[in-house]
Design a protein around this ligand. Structure first.
Ligand SMILES: [Zn+2]
Length: 219
């Protein structure tokens, strides 16, 4: 099985960042259900990422799983298991990005705001520039928001050494969660490869995250 499609998509990204169009937007005709390039991408829902465009993915090439942060959640794992075992993908790309909103809050802060803590409401309002409206109620779900670990920063802050490190931590945590999942094979003929990236929304460029490495500190 060819495991080099990730490299090709990283190459496409260099062209995209230079202003070239690498995604064909037209209907490709009838296609099989299995992704043609055997790739699954997990990426943040951020409006500035157009995953097909920035990787030059063609319709039918890949599964694209998106959520707030591009976090490897229970549901992302569910999707990846189905993607691999039923639909024959074997390369996973994780994509976090600079200026991510998940750097700007903590789970405790958002929960407190939603439940009606006035101090949390005020902080969240200042951070987002949007009046935060609490429901004043508690809820059992979601169990977690998966805000990124580390000291929070203003929403949409430019990249710096600290927030790049925080992004890299969460990419590695996601890679570790996938690579250590008992139902995702990483050795033998059915092995899946996992590579992680940070996308710079100010340049359009993907940067690879080294793995293994540190996965975070609460300081
Ligand atoms: Zn994001």
């Amino acid at each position: 099985m060819n495991h080099s499609n990730t490299d090709r998509y990283v190459g496409n990204n260099r062209q995209y960042a230079r202003g070239q169009s690498v995604h064909q937007p037209t209907y490709p005709g009838k296609q099989p259900i299995q992704p043609a390039q055997h790739v699954a991408v997990v990426a943040c829902m951020d409006a500035r990422l157009d995953v097909e465009d920035l990787l030059g993915l063609q319709t039918g090439d890949a599964h694209i799983i998106r959520n707030a942060g591009g976090v490897v959640t229970d549901d992302a794992i569910r999707c990846l298991i189905i993607s691999h075992h039923l639909l024959n993908t074997n390369e996973i790309m994780l994509i976090h990005h600079t200026r991510c909103g998940m750097l700007a809050f903590t789970d405790d802060l958002l929960k407190a705001g939603l439940e009606g803590d006035p101090a949390a409401e005020q902080l969240l309002g200042q951070a987002t520039g949007r009046a935060f409206k609490s429901s004043g109620t508690c809820a059992a779900t979601p169990a977690a928001f998966h805000a990124f670990r580390g000291p929070i920063e203003p929403l949409d802050a430019p990249r710096n050494a600290q927030n790049i490190e925080r992004l890299a931590w969460d990419v590695r945590r996601g890679m570790s969660a996938i690579l250590n999942h008992p139902w995702i094979p990483t050795t033998g003929p059915d092995a899946v490869t996992v590579r992680g990236f940070i996308y710079d929304v100010d340049t359009g460029t993907l940067e690879e995250v080294s793995y293994p490495g540190p996965m975070g500190s609460i300081r």
